[in-house]
Design a binder for this molecule. Structure first.
Ligand SMILES: NC(=O)c1ccc[n+]([C@@H]2O[C@H](COP(=O)([O-])OP(=O)(O)OC[C@H]3O[C@@H](n4cnc5c(N)ncnc54)[C@H](OP(=O)(O)O)[C@@H]3O)[C@@H](O)[C@H]2O)c1
Length: 170
């Protein structure tokens, strides 16, 4: 599986249940990368989506411990093992972990690539992604030119995991 996230200079990803900032080109990149694929997210992130609607054109897998949680538009998993079981039938390159903080942290060791939009600003944040620059398992593989939206500078980067854990060990 792979992961995709937008982080600020502190590796912050969210504040009070929302994204730190919405950059249109980043939103388009996220859509282009995940369309037609499987997306895995935590219940909090699912409920933060516009209109609490599943992401269109993608298989939405939601992780929740709530036994009574029901929504026939999505696939609900109660454990990581449930997720590994559901995604067995998909090519792992087509499975994206899309947040939030708790789900990124648990599934990062199983991700072989991380698409990280790095926003060159420090926001107030209460949710964070692991600092991959200080993580010996991860290496920066590529980085785009610096881009700007309304004065906000950002880059698209890709990291690769040299110590990938197998989903079968999950
Ligand atoms: N910058 C970005 O790219 C990006 C992307 C996505 C999200 N975000 C931000 O991240 C924040 C949300 O992150 P979060 O950590 O609060 O929430 P989250 O990871 O989206 O969801 C947490 C919920 O997932 C369920 N869960 C987590 N681990 C589980 C496990 N092992 N088994 C069963 N269920 C499990 C639980 O649901 P129940 O409570 O139902 O049991 C838990 O409360 C928001 O601010 C959002 O905007 C940012």
């Amino acid at each position: 599986m792979k992961t995709i996230v937008a982080v600020d200079l502190n590796w912050g990803i969210g504040y009070k249940g929302s994204l730190l900032v919405k950059i249109p080109e980043d939103m388009s990149f996220f859509k282009k990368m995940t369309l037609g694929k499987v997306v895995i997210m935590g219940r909090e992130t699912f409920e933060s989506l516009p209109g609490k609607e599943p992401l269109e054109g993608r298989k939405n897998i939601i992780l929740s411990r709530k036994e009574g949680y029901r929504d026939n538009r999505i696939t609900i998993c109660h454990t990581l093992d449930d997720i590994f079981d559901v995604i067995k039938e998909y090519n792992s390159d087509d499975v994206f972990v899309i947040g939030g903080e708790s789900v990124y942290k648990q599934l990062l060791p199983f991700c072989k690539e991380a698409y990280i939009t790095k926003i060159e600003h420090r926001y107030d944040a209460d949710k964070f992604f692991n600092d991959l620059d200080s993580n010996e398992s991860w290496e920066l593989a590529s980085t785009s030119d610096l881009k700007t939206y309304k004065g906000i500078k950002y880059r698209f980067t890709k990291y690769v995991n040299s110590k990938l854990l197998s989903e079968n060990c999950g």
